[in-house]
Design a binder for this molecule. Sequence first.
Ligand SMILES: O=C(O)CCC(=O)C(=O)O
Length: 260
Amino acid sequence: MTPYPISEEQVCFYEENGYIQLDHVLNIEDVEVLRGALAQAVEDKKKYNLNLGPRSDEGYAKVFLQMVNLWERYPVLEEYVHNVRIAEIARRLTRAPFVRLWHDQALIKYPKESKPTAWHQDTVYWPMNEAGGLSCWMALDNVTVERGCMWFLPGSHKLGPLPPVDLGNIPAGEPALPEKLRGVKPAAVELTPGSCTFHNGLTFHYAGPNVTDVPRRAMVTIFIPAGTTYKSHPHIVGDRGGLKPGEEFHGPLFPVLAHD
Ligand SMILES: O=C(O)CCC(=O)C(=O)O
C-alpha cells in the first residue's frame, strides 16, 4: 500500500488542535473487508456469548457496542492494525521513532434509543504515565452528525488530564463540559467510509446519538509512541503483558506498527 501523504502543516494542525481529519485513507474494498469482520464479530459475540468488550450494562449499550482487541481473534483485523499506511500517520503525527499498538476496538452505535458518547478524554482511562497516545477512528459508514459523528474541542488537549466521566452513566442535568472548556467551539467531523480522524488521547471528544435507521460502524486503532510507560490502573483491556509499573510497553501484545 502506498504511504498516505502527511504534510508538516498537517502535523502542526494536529499538534495545535489535538485532532485531524484525513479523507480517503482506505478504499471502499478495504472498508468492505472491515465491515465483514465486524459483522462476524457481532455474530460470534451473540452466538458464543463472547466477552469482547468491557461492559454490557444497559446504559453503556445505548452509547455503543464496544468490542476490544479483535485483532487477536480475526486475521483480517490483525492485518488491519498492522496496516503501515495508517500506523505511519500515527508515527508522523507524534514525531516518534516508532509507535506500538495499545489496543483496537470496534465501536458500533446502534439506532433507536441511542445515547450520545459524553465529552471525555481517553488517556484518563489508560494505564500509562505519559499522555502521547492517539486513536485512529476509521468510519465504515457515511458518518454524519445525525448518525453520531465525532466532535472535538480544538486545543483541549493542552489543558492536561481532567477527572474521568462514566460514559454509561451521565447524570441528567450534569454540565456537558468542564467549566474551563465551555467557551471553546466544538468541531463536528463528518466522514465518508474509509476516511478517519486521529485524536490525541487528551483531546475532549463527543459523539451525538445515532438518530438514523442504520448502525454507525467505526474501527478504532489506538497507538502509543516510543517511550510510553506502564502505570498500574484498572482498564477495560485488563492487566496484559506482565508489565511492571514504570516499565516501557513492549512485547507481542503491544507490537511496533511503524518505525523510522
Ligand atoms: O465512537 C464514539 O462514539 C466515541 C469514540 C471514542 O470515544 C474514541 O474513539 O475514543
